[in-house]
Design a binder for this molecule. Structure first.
Ligand SMILES: Cc1cc2nc3c(=O)[nH]c(=O)nc-3n(C[C@H](O)[C@H](O)[C@H](O)COP(=O)(O)OP(=O)(O)OC[C@H]3O[C@@H](n4cnc5c(N)ncnc54)[C@H](O)[C@@H]3O)c2cc1C
Length: 480
């Protein structure tokens, strides 16, 4: 059972979890018209671990360090730059091979390795023992995960303890011999409706009077008291959309309400140790932004590909302003790739755990978030208005219209009208659809807002070195 099959994964989600969408309790997330797309997107990971292609299986499956049993490679903590490189490669290949992002074990282990890093520092052996035992549980049961960090937060200008009610940040309301009781709501949690377990971490640094909010734990998604409220998302491809080789992929976010949920002690990784909340939140953010960069690379490569293909299909690839725009797009993509490589090659070590370089990882995330909309604008510009106005696939299939559409909607003779329309359909999805608007918001806010990256860059940048170099250049003795 150490590497589950896609069917075993699907079956594990039929567990009476409380998931709501459009006001209805969802009976089965694996068959629901919208949530089955999330299920299948997450199942992509289990398809890859069962691949008959040896290079694919060797990337996604690795031997357990002690028993040699096959386990998901995500459950091997990174110790070296090569381990981080494997994570980058796995995430990129997941998207390229399945057509979607099977987000789950990546974000879950971002949280797990932040928990382990923090547990090493807290000086309480029970936390490290629990983290290690939970990691074994993940390896043995091959669980799909989500990471619930973001609280609903109420008034952003006030810390948790000064809010108008105590539940704007998830907190401990009681404890007994069996565990702790928690109340609160986490929001925007990607893949939650199709996760087996939820990992919960504090969303920010907590202060001395915020011990009850300094809490981290893992809990099965079907535990009593947990309710998920999902955002709507798109369903299967409709008859008006041009078909593609790959099925529709996508994950749904959910608000997770914890209504006095009992968390057994053996799954509690922090309870009151507020001085360590910053290390936990900061380390999670670094791992997770590296994951964000890793999944963004294949997405922006396709975006760049749409720009190149549309320029060629419109016969404009040699036009001066189009070339200049393609250069800007290529520079954006390649800078992102270079920053990701630089981040993994110079990790910060916490004990034996390798954390991607925090300064470079935050620069990479800030780079992709702060220029993404500009790149979208360039692709829209290069492609032309047809990405918003193209006829439907039903029109294309209509015998009477087909000839006329083919006659009028061609471009460069190097491509057929149908090829051009298929590329227009993909480009529409990438830059002019409800999905692309959602992607723009993920780019800004997913893995934390841009200001969060600037705060970490400010904390990590070598300002003292810069100053001393300037002082020396000006002939001023260094200040202590
Ligand atoms: C599609 C999507 C998927 C996501 N997936 C996950 C997930 O899987 N797990 C998870 O835990 N989270 C997830 N998130 C949440 C994401 O990390 C947050 O959206 C992000 O951290 C911003 O928080 P917020 O949405 O509450 O916005 P806000 O915190 O309200 O931010 C809005 C603006 O206010 C600023 N701001 C906020 N507080 C202050 C302050 N005190 N002082 C000055 N400025 C402030 C911010 O910098 C930003 O500019 C996801 C978000 C999206 C959009």
């Amino acid at each position: 059972m150490a590497v589950r099959s896609p069917d075993e994964f699907r079956e594990s989600l039929r567990d009476n979890r409380r998931v709501f969408l459009y006001g209805d309790l969802v009976e089965d997330v694996t068959t629901h018209p919208i949530l089955k797309i999330s299920t299948e997107t997450a199942a992509g990971d289990f398809v890859l671990t069962h691949s008959t292609e040896p290079t694919v299986r060797d990337l996604f499956v690795a031997p357990h360090p002690e028993t040699g049993e096959p386990i998901s490679r995500y459950f091997l903590p990174p110790h070296t730059p090569e381990d981080l490189e494997k994570r980058l490669e796995m995430i990129g290949q997941s998207i390229r091979l399945t057509g979607g992002l099977p987000f789950g074990k990546d974000v879950g282990t971002d949280a797990m390795y932040a928990i382990m890093t923090t547990a090493q520092q807290m000086g309480k052996p029970e936390y490290l023992e629990r983290a290690q035992s939970y990691l074994e549980h993940l390896r043995k049961n091959d669980l799909n995960l989500c990471a619930a960090i973001t609280d609903v937060k109420g008034d952003r200008g006030k810390p948790p303890a000064q809010q108008t009610h105590p539940d704007y940040y998830l907190h401990v309301v009681d404890q007994n011999k069996d565990g702790i009781i928690v109340r609160g709501a986490k929001i925007h949690i990607t893949g939650a409706p199709v996760a087996n377990d939820i990992l919960v971490l504090p969303t920010r640094q907590m202060r001395e009077n915020e011990g009850e909010y300094s809490v981290a734990f893992a809990i099965p998604a079907n535990t009593k008291g947990i309710t998920m409220v999902c955002r709507p998302s798109r369903g299967e491809r409709g008859p008006s959309e041009f078909p593609t080789a790959l099925p529709v992929r996508g994950l749904v976010e959910a608000m997770i309400i914890f209504d006095d949920v009992l968390i057994p002690w053996d799954r509690v990784f922090m309870c009151g140790e507020w001085p360590y909340s910053m290390l936990l939140a900061y380390t999670f953010a670094t791992y997770h932004r590296f994951t964000g960069v890793s999944y963004k690379i294949p997405a922006v490569e396709i975006l760049a590909g749409c720009a190149v293909a549309m320029a060629e299909m419109n016969g404009l690839e040699r036009a001066g302003h189009i070339r200049a725009k393609l250069v800007d797009i290529a520079a954006y993509v390649e800078t992102l790739k270079a920053l990701a490589t630089a981040a993994l090659k110079s990790p910060v070590m916490h004990g034996d755990l390798a954390v991607p370089n925090p300064l470079i990882t935050n620069m990479a995330k800030l780079h992709f978030a702060s220029h993404y909309h500009e790149i979208i604008k360039l692709v829209q510009d290069i492609s032309g208005g047809i990405i918003s106005t193209m006829p439907t696939y039903q029109d294309w299939q209509n015998e009477e219209l087909h000839k006329q559409l083919e006659h009028y909607l061609g471009g460069s003779p190097r491509y057929t009208a149908e090829q051009r329309l298929r590329m227009v359909a993909l480009t529409h999805r990438m830059v002019a659809s409800a999905e692309s608007a959602h992607m723009e918001v993920i780019t800004v806010h997913g893995e934390g807002s841009m200001e969060a990256q600037r705060m970490m860059i400010h904390a990590e940048a070598p300002f003292g070195e810069y100053r001393d170099l300037a002082l020396a250049a000006a002939g001023i003795a260094p200040h202590g």
